[in-house]
Design a protein around this ligand. Structure first.
Ligand code: PEP
Ligand code: MG
Length: 322
């Protein structure tokens, strides 16, 4: 089957009824980059910048960060790369940075919260990203956004860095796309403001599922108890599509559910057209969508998730459909 998937590398991801889909891959280190060609992904939908910090014994300097980002962009050779700013804390431990022990690190001082409290850290990273993307497109997104206001604060820091670099004669990125990860449920009640504030939104379904269902993603005693393909979570995912469509904001999804053919199929049925996954999933997911009648799926799935009386699990419907 691996061989069969390899052969699909150059095949355009398009459903049987003619809908183009964008399949991107998740990455975090330079060694992941060769997978871009091997998998046939059209870009990197999530580059986890914290990986460089997690494997280092001291805080990476601005030059080291810049070198990594520049190499990633060079290896990507014109394919889009979405860099996520530092997402440390929670399950992502950086030994030289954590201060006090936290009782609930997943909802503690992490990601953009920490970045806004330590603006020097975020500004250094933004500077490295801006310099690395001189003359090309820079796409960046912020993790664990809880209130739209945090994006405004982050954008101020970004603008400061842009002004700083241009004052000192640095070449700036050709274009700059600013996005947010949607992985904290509070954003579901700020969808309209959110969509207006950013160029794109990327759903982090791992954390979003964890927080919507109140299940620790790393605890198998509970994490397998609820189904991401159950009605509550699918309704949440659909609600996001509707808001993004209404605002005309581009939408991607980069959590684990994008990488399993059955759940990827559900995502397409909900209206997702751009999903990012681990490189080894690109082949299986592409193979699924090439044979998918998406119009038929949409027509059946949307009433299915809205259903309030049915006992039939959506997963069962999806499996039969597949
Ligand atoms: C997510 O939360 O779905 C996500 C893609 O980010 P991470 O797995 O790195 O938290
Ligand atoms: Mg996350």
């Amino acid at each position: 089957r691996q061989e069969q998937f390899r052969e699909l590398r150059k095949v355009k991801p398009c459903t049987r009824d003619g809908q183009d889909i964008t399949l991107q891959m998740n990455a975090g280190l330079l060694v992941d980059l060769p997978q871009l060609k091997e998998s046939g992904a059209s870009g990197i939908g999530l580059f986890r910048t914290e990986l460089q910090f997690m494997i280092a014994s001291t805080m990476p300097k601005v030059e080291e960060q810049q070198t990594l980002y520049r190499n990633v962009l060079r290896e990507a050779a014109g394919r889009p790369v979405t860099f996520r700013t530092l997402d440390i804390g929670g399950d992502k431990v950086v030994p030289y940075f954590r201060s006090a022990e936290e009782e609930n690190p997943a909802i503690g001082w992490r990601a953009i919260r920490l970045s806004l409290d330590r603006p020097g850290l975020l500004r250094t990273q933004l500077r490295a990203l801006l310099r690395a993307a001189a003359g090309v497109e820079l796409k960046l997104m912020l993790p664990m956004v809880t209130e739209v206001n945090e994006l405004r604060q982050a954008r101020e820091l970004l603008d400061k860095e842009v002004r700083h670099l241009s004052r000192f004669g640095y070449q700036l990125p050709r274009s700059l796309k600013f996005g947010a990860m949607l992985e904290v449920p509070s954003l579901l009640w700020q969808l309209d403001e959110l969509m207006e504030e950013v160029d794109f939104v990327s759903v982090g379904s791992n954390d979003l599922f964890q927080f919507v269902m109140a299940v620790d993603r790393g605890n198998s005693r509970v994490s397998d108890r609820f189904d991401p393909l159950g009605r509550p979570f699918l309704r949440v995912l659909r609600q996001i599509v509707v808001a993004a469509d209404k605002a005309g904001t581009s939408l991607t999804l980069c959590g684990e559910i994008a990488g399993k053919p059955l759940s990827a199929m559900a995502l397409l049925g909900l209206g997702y057209r751009n999903i990012s996954m681990s490189p080894s999933s690109i082949g299986p997911v592409k193979s699924m969508l090439l044979s998918l009648d998406l119009g038929k799926l949409e027509a059946e799935l949307l009433p299915m998730i809205a259903e309030t009386e049915s006992d039939r699990p959506v997963r069962e419907f999806l499996t039969d459909f597949a």
